[in-house]
Design a protein around this ligand. Structure first.
Ligand SMILES: [Zn+2]
Ligand SMILES: [Zn+2]
Length: 241
């Protein structure tokens, strides 16, 4: 540690970004108690959208939602369930711009991708794009920050501009799953890529509508396979925590 960083650390000791508890390790973002409190996605997963399916006897099964709605991506995975401390941490990163927390989430996302996806086959990592107006308003592009860190951690090429949002879409939060699919449909366009297999990075996968629309645009542009990694996945309503 340099003299200057030692001085900074003495003046501003590292604190957990959720509970403000002082921590010994300046390289992490959350204290052990907050990390333990984050609900993790537990196997068996739906092989398509990645939600936990407690009690599913067939590990290769698709959840009810994925059997009803065919999706354009091969699989989605995330380290966390979008609930409790995991939701708080993602909000702190997205809306309070805690970049340290973004890097912390990206490390866990890369680890899940490494365990559950054929990373050696991934030609490029790219973010779910944000409309330029929203980016200006928010002041940061959270998926791009995550995707950049995930690409670096997995040592795969990062392509920030391969996919673009072609129209403004209203916020999805108040919409039903069917409305989300209509809302996201045709909102993205991909440039012709040499990459054949890509890893798409999102912050939260809820209905899968955005990831599906992005994957459809990429496949239209010649991409064969799209995998999705997110920081968290919202459980279907019946198992929502
Ligand atoms: Zn804490
Ligand atoms: Zn599913």
């Amino acid at each position: 540690m340099s003299f200057v960083s030692a001085l900074i650390q003495a003046a501003y000791p590292p604190c957990c970004l959720l509970c403000s508890q002082r921590m010994a390790d300046a390289d992490t973002a959350l204290c052990p108690a907050c990390e333990r409190g984050m609900p993790r996605l537990q196997p068996p997963f739906c092989q398509r959208c990645g939600v936990s399916q407690p009690g599913a006897w067939d590990a290769a099964a698709w959840c009810q939602r994925c059997r009803r709605t065919p999706l354009a991506f091969a699989s989605a995975r995330a380290p966390f369930v979008y609930a409790g401390a995991a939701r708080e941490a993602i909000h702190a990163f997205k809306y309070r711009r805690h970049h340290r927390l973004g890097r912390w989430l990206a490390t866990r996302m890369a680890s899940v991708a490494r365990q559950q996806m054929p990373i050696s086959e991934v030609d490029a990592v790219l973010p779910v794009p944000m409309h330029w107006l929203k980016r200006r308003w928010r002041g940061q592009h959270s998926c791009a920050l995550l995707a950049h860190a995930v690409a670096a951690s997995l040592d795969r090429p990062y392509l920030p501009r391969a996919l673009a949002r072609t129209r403004w879409t209203p916020a999805q939060t108040a919409l039903s799953p069917a409305q989300r699919f209509r809302n996201a449909s045709g909102a993205f366009a991909a440039s012709r890529l040499r990459a054949r297999r890509v890893l798409l990075v999102d912050d939260v996968v809820t209905s899968g509508a955005t990831a599906h629309a992005c994957a459809a645009a990429l496949r239209h542009a010649g991409v064969e396979t799209v995998w999705v990694v997110a920081a968290a996945i919202t459980p279907p309503p019946r198992t929502r925590a």
